[in-house]
Design a protein around this ligand. Structure first.
Ligand code: IPM
Ligand code: MG
Length: 361
């Protein structure tokens, strides 16, 4: 029996709807496999700005740093979107990632054979697609300093800084190569080394790390070309490793190969461990708060349920349970259960119930 202390941060928009689905799945797994998961919920994002005047209240951060794993829904929404606002929901998520030191964001893109026709990409290009994006998550232009606005000659100028240190590249590269070893042994590093200094360092360090993994092949692709190849020959990729900004953009693109970005989970891991001696991870679907459908209870819960599977695997070491969750999602889809984004008419709750039912089959 495993006991674990899980922190849930539903956040904004459809976040609470999909986290409610994940909570049901966690409970179903605990019941069936005899584990005890203590869960507690905390605010992050826009709802935290409204309640506490900060996107990451200290009680949320402290709970996250003590938890065995954290499951987050989504943050943001039109209510907090004023471009001149000093408080932004996204600050909460970024500070949480940074404080938990989860520098490696794993975003697997796996296709469900029954959903191929929901993909905007031609069927023949989708054969064999199974890729994993390892996105660096705690550096780059997201965090680089200076980051400011100033007035120059009477005009406002805004500055962001794209910066990478060697160790930040090295540690995420190691994660990518290690993961590739258990897959098809190919790493594609994505950068913009023809223009950016930080990308030239990126390429240099990834090459050095790659020398320690002679069994894994390494190629470098510029980000503009990578965005094209993700559509024109997605099956040629195994593990992609890239910086924070490029990873953000490319994973939205890659997600729709599966038919809907609502399907994609993610796990963010670092070197910090939990009470089980395993990585204290942050798990989140890659989709956002989807303000257009928030409150309608029709969001696709698969990305979050698959994030639960990743949580069980990476932070709790429950491999059998993780696989059971994954298989139940596959079976539910194979049986024709679909939310609206996938062309069906189930609501979030019905889809969740269908997946949980498949856990018993
Ligand atoms: C993601 C999201 C976030 C990011 C936003 C909400 C800050 O787009 O997780 O992909 O840019 O990292
Ligand atoms: Mg994104």
């Amino acid at each position: 029996m495993t006991q674990a202390n899980l922190v849930l941060t539903p956040g904004d928009g459809i976040g609470p709807e999909v986290v409610a689905a994940a909570l049901q799945m966690l409970q179903a797994v605990a019941d069936r496999f005899g584990h005890v998961f203590h869960t507690s919920q905390f605010l992050v994002g826009g709802c935290a700005i409204d309640a506490f005047g900060t996107a990451l209240p200290d009680e949320t951060l402290q709970a996250a740093l003590k938890a065995d794993a954290v499951l987050l829904g989504a943050v943001g929404g039109p209510r907090w979107d004023d471009p001149t606002a000093s408080l932004r929901p996204e600050q909460g998520l970024l500070k949480l990632r940074k404080s938990m030191e989860v520098f490696a964001n794993l975003r697997p893109v796996q296709l469900y054979p029954e959903l191929l026709e929901a993909s905007p990409v031609r069927l023949d290009r989708l054969q064999g697609v199974d890729l994993l994006v390892v996105r660096e998550l705690t550096s780059d232009v997201y965090f680089g300093e200076p980051k400011l606005r100033r007035v120059v000659d009477g005009e406002i100028q805004a500055i962001d800084t794209m910066s990478y240190s060697e160790y930040e590249i090295r540690r995420v590269a190691h994660v990518a190569f290690r993961l590739a070893r258990n897959r098809r042994k190919k790493v594609t590093s994505v950068d913009k080394a023809n223009v950016l200094e930080s990308s030239r360092l990126w390429r240099q360090v990834v090459t050095q790390v790659g020398e320690q993994y002679p069994d894994v092949s390494l190629e470098h692709i510029l980000v503009d070309a990578a965005s094209m190849f993700l559509i024109s020959r997605p099956a040629s990729f195994d593990v992609l490793v890239t910086g924070n900004l490029f990873g953000d953009i490319l994973t939205d693109e890659a997600s729709v190969l599966t038919g809907s970005m609502g399907n994609l989970p993610s796990a963010s891991l670092g070197e910090k461990t939990n009470s089980l001696g395993l990585p204290r991870g942050l798990y989140e679907p890659i989709h956002g708060s989807a303000p257009d459908i928030a409150g309608l209870m029709i969001a696709n819960p698969i990305g979050t349920i698959m994030s639960v599977s990743m949580l069980l695997r990476h932070s709790l070491g429950l491999l059998h349970e993780a696989e059971a969750v994954e298989n139940s999602v596959k079976r539910a889809i194979a049986a024709g259960h679909r939310t609206r984004d996938l062309g069906g008419n189930l609501d979030t709750q019905q889809m969740t119930a269908a997946v949980i039912q498949c856990l018993d089959e």
